[in-house]
Design a protein around this ligand. Structure first.
Ligand code: KDG
Ligand code: MG
Length: 409
């Protein structure tokens, strides 16, 4: 089999997605998700201008060789744009291989290690009553694990809190990338946040009881000592994890956090290679790996990363917000089902319009996801519908402190 075409499809059904479609001389096609929130066109160009020509004539079955070729031959290594592009190629090739084998992809990864994939949803509210409503809505939708984000008194807009109905009228589907030519400015005050958050978890535990797994995302906003303080303060509420407590670049920072708290820690949605985790995994400074399959070099690289983590009893918590397209989600689900050290999967449902563009076979039943049993990834792209929704500039917001200093958001 030979690769004869590699097309990059940029579309915007309620949000921007970049999809790679690889076609073979035998007519089998494979899809990869190359979406990088707010930098979509850079990955599209990297693929179209630099990677697609290299793929022509290659044997699509040689996945490891193609991965190494794209990683090593460019000379310039790592980085989100490069690794998102390599991931898209990798996932598309796995899709082709599994379709050629007539099997769902998870079978090629060793088969199912479980019957379903526990997923967590995103609840949020501007105050406690709104937060409780959001948690109840998620429980009604079948979620059995819930991420909790709230507004903070004195801060106007907190990232991760769905303050208003989205453009589609679906309050549930929080989409922080706004369709504006410039990123929106938000404000931040870490001391106010640290004072407020424990009381929110106390209220949630009081209302929903001790069993419901609860998660929280700190979004890189704290210093190590602040993160240590928060982790300690949240211990009575038994979190499933505290995510991204400090800026992720400084792996050593987690030593200090770890010394002070037994709250489980999850890190890595902005990481893109195993090297970003070296200290964190070897010194067992985290409990969950948060990388996206789509930003970390695809299934080939994520499998190696998670196998490395498994030696240290560290589990997966693969990134799955709406900026991971249904193609990227399907890739995550096949891996989740196959690996032994699965922890939990993030799941934000896509809008009906996005689901019209990406026809998917994965299911969500009673809190558990399953990738389905169609050959390959189980996702088809409707290019005609996609063409009706061209790219629109959209950016994530950013933070400034009260005195105007830019802060991690
Ligand atoms: O593109 C960035 C978002 O996907 C990210 O901010 C969402 O933090 C996030 C999460 O945990 O899903
Ligand atoms: Mg996060």
């Amino acid at each position: 089999m030979k690769i004869v075409a590699a097309d990059i499809i940029v579309s915007s059904p309620d949000r921007n997605f970049v999809t790679l479609k690889i076609t073979t001389d035998e007519g089998i096609t494979g899809l990869g998700d190359a979406t990088l929130n707010g930098r979509e066109l850079s990955v599209a160009s990297y693929l179209r201008d630099h990677v697609a020509p290299l793929l022509m004539g290659r044997d699509p079955h040689r996945i490891e060789d193609t991965w190494q070729f794209l990683y090593r031959s460019a000379y310039w290594r790592r980085g989100p744009v490069t690794m998102a592009a390599i991931a898209a190629v990798d996932v598309a090739l796995w899709d082709i291989k599994a379709k050629a084998a007539g099997m769902p992809l998870y079978q090629l990864l060793g088969g199912a290690s479980r019957t379903g994939i526990m997923a967590y949803g995103h609840a949020s509210g501007r105050d406690i009553p709104e937060l409780f409503d959001s948690i109840r809505r998620h429980l009604d939708e079948g979620f059995r694990s819930i991420r909790v984000q709230t507004s903070v008194p004195g801060i106007n807009a907190v990232y991760g809190v769905a303050a208003q109905p989205s453009a589609t009228g679906q309050r549930y589907d929080y989409e922080p990338a706004q369709r504006t030519p410039l990123p929106a400015e938000e404000d931040w005050d870490t001391r106010a946040y640290l004072r407020h958050l424990p009381s929110v978890f106390e209220a949630v535990r009081g209302e929903f009881g001790p069993e419901l797994p609860l998660l929280h995302d700190g979004h890189h906003r704290m210093t190590p000592i602040q993160a240590a303080k928060l982790g300690k303060a949240l211990e009575p509420y038994d979190l499933f994890w505290l995510e991204d407590c400090t800026p992720a670049e400084n792996q050593e920072a987690l030593r200090l956090v770890r010394q002070h708290t037994t709250t489980p820690l999850a890190i890595g949605e902005v990481f893109n290679t195993v090297w970003d985790y070296q200290t964190l995994i070897r010194e067992q400074l985290i409990d969950y790996v948060r990388s996206a399959v789509t930003h970390t070099g695809g299934i080939t690289a994520m499998r190696k990363l998670l196998d490395f983590a498994a030696q240290y009893q560290i589990k997966s918590g693969i990134h799955g917000p709406t900026d991971i397209s249904p193609v990227g989600m399907a890739a995550a689900l096949h891996l989740d089902l196959a690996i032994h050290n699965f922890g939990i999967q993030e799941y934000m449902k896509h809008t009906p319009l996005a689901n019209e563009v990406f026809r998917q076979s994965f299911t969500f039943t009673d809190g558990y996801l399953h990738p389905g049993d169609q050959p390959g990834l189980g996702v088809e792209l409707d290019e005609e519908v996609a063409a009706r929704f061209p790219y629109e500039p959209a950016y994530l917001p950013f933070n400034r402190l009260k005195d105007g200093t830019i802060h991690d958001w």
